[in-house]
Design a protein around this ligand. Structure first.
Ligand code: PA5
Length: 352
């Protein structure tokens, strides 16, 4: 086990500096927003009927952020497409946002090309690769983000880059005030949970150590907390290299709870993501559902976001999960950065 209060040992266990990258979320959001606002050649938002957000893995999360934050305020549907097939409803009145951090993801490139062929309105978000090339050739407005990250660590650039560009075309209202609040809340979370704060006084380090060898199960209320729960699950997979699971309330009360029979939860640890903006129905269900999980032998802990805006609540929960999953890796001597299985799959598919 690596001592999470030993800075030198932590640096040695995290040679590519994932902890520094996840800690930089506030700065990435601020810069991403500026890049999105400054992007040129963006399409018109007149007469749009839908937004299709195309991306995979770490690059799709930005689409989830947009979808969940604007579900109640946008008068058109936002769909996140994580397959190589563009739905039949996409056409000239659809805004297609193609998001690929590397710019080389096969599914996203296939969707981009099909969307261009159908005359969709296009925005590309990328750090380079084939997507940047195609977008330049076809004069597609592009949010160009810096290229030195792992895709999942660029979530602030990708999400705020997209939000900034959607604000530029007039699709969403200015979020400058929400962003200011969010940056303050993210810095406050780091003051309490950052790498320099000793484990005895650091909820994120303590949670990572408490989870230990158990498999994380992360629950959130439908909407922004469920989006954050999915991000926690994928960050446990990629940073900590462990199986992890997620669910959304109220839906999980209609199926998953049955699986948590007595004794079934002993190898699992439940993290419940909560915030003040939860629907009353979800808030009422959380203690009852958590009690079922506990009676299956699972330990459980709540993580709460306290910000006022949806953007702040969502990104607080995301940052908390990024930190916990990275501490969980480092404490067990696992390098959080490499994702060998994904790289192997991409190579094998390219060769095939
Ligand atoms: O976290 C990762 O590295 C992956 O989930 C990638 O984001 C995914 O494979 C897609 O690649 P890209 O983000 O470069 O389009």
């Amino acid at each position: 086990m690596i001592d999470l209060d030993d800075a030198a040992a932590m640096r040695a266990a995290d040679p590519s500096g994932m902890l520094g990258l996840v800690s930089g979320l506030a700065d990435h959001c601020r810069e991403g927003y500026q890049l999105g606002r400054a992007a040129e050649g963006l399409p018109s938002a007149d007469d749009l009927t839908a937004v299709a957000f195309c991306g995979m893995g770490g690059s799709a999360v930005a689409g989830d952020v947009v979808r969940v934050l604007y579900a109640e305020r946008l008068r058109l549907p936002v769909t996140v497409i994580r397959t190589p097939e563009l739905p039949a409803w996409c056409g000239p009145h659809t805004l297609v946002v193609a998001s690929s951090y590397s710019g080389n993801t096969a599914e996203t490139l296939a969707l981009f090309e099909e969307a261009v062929a159908r005359g969709c309105r296009m925005i590309a978000v990328t750090s380079g690769g084939r997507l940047a090339q195609l977008a330049a050739e076809l004069e597609v407005g592009t949010v160009r983000v810096p290229g030195t990250f792992m895709p999942r660590a660029a979530v602030g650039y990708l999400a705020l880059g997209v939000l900034g560009s959607l604000e530029s075309v007039g699709l969403v209202p200015s979020m400058a005030a929400d962003l200011d609040e969010t940056l303050g809340e993210l810095r406050r979370i780091l003051d309490v949970n950052g790498p320099a704060v000793p484990a005895s006084n650091n909820p994120a380090k303590t949670l990572a150590l408490r989870i230990g060898g158990r498999f994380p199960v992360v629950w959130g209320g439908e909407g922004l907390a469920a989006t954050a729960a999915y991000r926690w699950k994928t960050q446990f997979n990629e940073n900590a290299k462990v199986p992890a699971f997620w669910g959304a309330l109220p839906e999980l009360d209609h199926n998953e709870v049955v699986g948590w029979a007595e004794g079934a939860g002993r190898s699992f640890f439940l993290v419940a993501l909560r915030h003040e903006g939860e629907h009353a129905e979800v808030a009422a269900r959380f203690p009852l559902s958590t009690e079922i999980a506990r009676s299956s032998g699972m330990e459980a802990e709540e993580v709460r976001a306290s910000g006022a805006s949806g953007l702040s609540r969502l990104l607080e929960l995301v940052l908390h999960g990024d930190l916990v999953s990275t501490y969980h890796a480092i404490a067990r001597g696992v390098d959080p950065t490499p994702i060998d299985a994904i790289a192997r799959l991409k190579r094998a598919l390219a060769e095939a």
